[in-house]
Design a protein around this ligand. Structure first.
Ligand code: ZN
Length: 180
């Protein structure tokens, strides 16, 4: 990454407590850190928008619009961008929901999910390139056995549970195994 002239070694750099990718020539340390996945729960009346995945992993299963945060992006901008890319949907982040609604650490795969509660601005949504189908679901229509990820299942459960209580508070948790 730095000098481009040597192979990378996997060793504990001086003064650190764990193995890192280190350049054998110039000692440049290439740090690997967790990735942030940003997305939204887009709400319209009593329904919530889900996307059927057109890509692996979990091709053909349902998910919330979400994806990896890009360089130089804010949390809200990334979540809105993913929602536009996957569902061609425009969403409004309503105060006090400018904080992530559901934050889930996935330490085993080094990811952090941050999902925002939003309102769909209109019904002019459609499948983006990564979706086979985009559709609004009432609670009793949610395809629970065809959800792509446990993070999505957990976010939806929080939403329906909070809606019954009439209060949406942030949820922070962790999942050790993302696969269902
Ligand atoms: Zn180097």
């Amino acid at each position: 990454m730095q000098c481009g002239s040597a192979k990378v070694e996997y060793r504990i750099p001086h003064g650190e407590d764990r193995e890192r990718h280190v350049c054998g020539e110039c000692d440049y340390i290439h740090y690997l850190n967790p990735k942030i996945v940003l997305g939204t729960l887009p709400i319209w009346e009593d329904k919530i928008l889900l996307c059927k995945r057109a890509i692996e992993p979990r091709y053909g299963l349902w998910t919330l619009p979400a994806g990896f945060m890009e360089e130089g992006e804010t949390l809200e901008a990334g979540a809105a961008r993913e929602t536009l890319e996957e569902a061609n949907a425009r969403v409004a982040f309503e105060a006090p929901n400018l904080t992530p609604y559901v934050t889930i650490s996935l330490p085993q795969i080094s990811q952090v999910y941050m999902l925002f509660l939003t309102r769909l601005c209109d019904l002019n949504f459609s499948s983006g390139i990564e979706s086979l189908e985009v559709k609004l679901f009432r609670e009793n229509e949610i395809p629970w056995d065809q959800l792509a990820f446990r993070t999505i299942e957990e976010a939806l459960k929080h939403f329906f549970s909070d809606r019954k209580l009439g209060q949406f508070l942030p949820h922070i948790s962790e999942i050790q195994h993302q696969r269902k």
